[in-house]
Design a protein around this ligand. Sequence first.
Ligand code: MCN
Length: 787
Amino acid sequence: MSNKFIGKSIKRIEDKRFTTGKGRYTDDIVLPGMTHAYMLRSPYAHARINRIDTSEAETMEGVVAIITGEEVSHYSVPCGWQVNFKNGDTMKEPPHPLLVKDKVRHVGDAVAMVIAETREQAQDAAEAIIVDYEVLPAVVNAAEAVKDGAPLVHDDVPNNICFDWEIGNPKAEVDEAMDGAHHITSLEFVNQRLSPNAMEPRSYIGHYDSVYDKYTLYTSTQNPHLIRLLMCAFVLGLPEHKVRVVGPDVGGGFGSKIYHYTEEALVTVAAKKINRPVKWTETRSEAFQTDAHGRDHVTHAEMGFDAAGKIVGLRIKTFANLGAYLSTFSTAVPTYLHGTLLQGLYTTPKIHLDMTCAFTHTTAVDAYRGAGRPEATYLLERLMDLAAHEMDMDPAELRLKNFIPPFDGVEQPGYQTNVALQYDSGNYHGVLERGLQMLGYEDFRKAQQEAAQTGKLLGVGFSTYIEACGIAPSAVVGSLGARAGLYEVGQVRVQPTGKVSVFTGAHSHGQGHETTFAQVVADRLGIPMEDVDIIHGDSDTVAFGMGTYGSRSLAVGGSAIMKSLDKIIEKGAKIAAHKLECSEEDIVFADGKFTVTGTDRSLGFGDIALTAYVPHVYPQNLEPGLDFSSFYDPKNFTYPYGCHICVVEVDKETGETKVKRFIAVDDVGTVINPMIVDGQIHGGLAQGIGQALMEGVEYDETGQLINGSYMDYTMPRADDFPMFELDRQETPCPHNPLGVKGAGEAGCIGSTPAAVNAVIDALWSGGFKVKDIKMPLTSERVWRAMN
Ligand code: MCN
């Protein structure tokens, strides 16, 4: 494979349309006869519906139809991942209706869908619907929800517990290790709820073609095929071959567009009912209220150390908030995407997580960039820096002392953790040492001491993280409760003229696949990148796919394409051997040419492509054409890791925090496009530091969402950050053909604890021995911590 494109910062092909306003998003699509829908939503977190009266609304101008819960009461959206209670009982999975008819369970729960000629007419009519609500008490916090007497979200779910769950070593062994510890650092904290804030709000169009009896759903989704499967097999019972799902250009998702949302099924049902297309696009307020949120853990964690600073045990109790209904992957996030990462980068011999997942009167919580892994990293890395303060040790040295030794996964085996996973390859010392070098650690500590003497608070925070991504191995995820496989599909169609169409089941919604996948294909075939077209996002065009999340697209989707490229080259070699009159074994393929070994006799890729479509000139036992499709299901996850270091200055008078430097040294295996990976890391860092210092969804005790707009929900902006200082280490993944690990979430996973640790370190440098400050670390909270 030549490396003309791989490893190069090729500018993103797709950016031409995005930066010139030519992207084609769902809301840009206009179909003949299209109608517009508006959702009437509950203003209360918990209320019984005594009556819904649509009579006046139905007579209003432009109204085409009004759908209420009664009409669609036979449908329910299931969860995609089954988790069992500790005792083996199946998790509680109450119905998730498309529209509520009896009881609303969070602010924004949908009560009716109004369809009209225009969106404004639909909204006007929705406002004329009378709903008689009987308001009930609500509970919004998972740790409170499980207490006796807390208001119930679902009448048949006692104490609101969806399931309890544990992972790690037997609890008694962990207790024993902790009993023998020289020092125990303990921390109670909240990993607060976040809103995903994709730039493009969710948007759907349902279309029904009565001539062909065919449905089309245009949806701003991260995985068209999965939505089709869920909708056909589990929700509406439609024949899958009669349903086309198209995910056109999608303006970001960050996890929130993985799931099958009720409105997707509703526009589909409605389109057939009225025999006209139905478009629904949410407002930004609806996005805050109804796009699945992320995080929301309440945790008590303890880490035990021996006298030399070696970790002897880790004991955790967490309450995870699932919201009012189960979203598609919500149950997997606090369990298999979180508990399995609690080994971190350390040799911790005994680990136990006790997890309780609870329903509350809030929006559903599911995967938000990082999903479970940022929560695990936050827990470990906060404990590490705090332990260093408490034991008066250096936080970098404490980590180096506890790191798993380097291993490449080839000569040295993968590292088996105590929490189920086997890491693939890594050199954890390498990333921290490089980070320290970039920081100029010794000089920083001197400067910090000098600053403290003048009353200035400088702090440094560390975070050395690992994550499991390239979400797949069907065998593994299936055994853990996934209700679908997690392979990927890649089809390579070489056209007779040698131009190449690649169909991938991955879905790009900002990640740059059209560029990076083309880099891989062009290098493998030795052709120009312009000769490669990457096609995704349409279930009628792409054979199948499992979509994009869990930083899986390159490692799993790219590997599926590689598998098909190998088949193309193998068949090409057969054709070349026939034409060059030699044995197939004597053909080598490199730089776009099939050559007879040791000679200068060769045929170009284009020549072979054309020949493949002229069957009478090559062996009769070969089928015509040059077109292969492959399913790739890896052996393991990939395990990127890295070191993030944050330097802050805290104003003693106001508590205001300024990020002065942010260093990130990440190892995402072999890098296909350094510029795109840098962009992915930058975005992730902004979101991770955003969680630490600015963001957080707040509900009051009645369940009102009190910061559901950009007036109140603080998003980080470019001028909140210094230029990020990035570097990389490349330890190839030993089990996929490209040696790549995921890069899409790394920035968001490592950065949050680094930023919080930096503020805490600044406070300690001024003599304020603070253990924790609730995120986001607003100036008020920091000031209160000091005073
Ligand atoms: N890449 C690379 N070399 C590597 C790893 C990745 O060149 N070693 C490139 C890939 O080819 C791809 C990009 O980096 O172009 C990200 O690849 P990957 O890590 O495989 O992640 P996915 O493509 O599967 O994207 C999913 C990931 C997730 S889970 C979230 S959440 C997220 C993210 O991507 N949401 C995003 N990045 C986002 N970026 C944008 N703009 N918008 C979102 O919604």
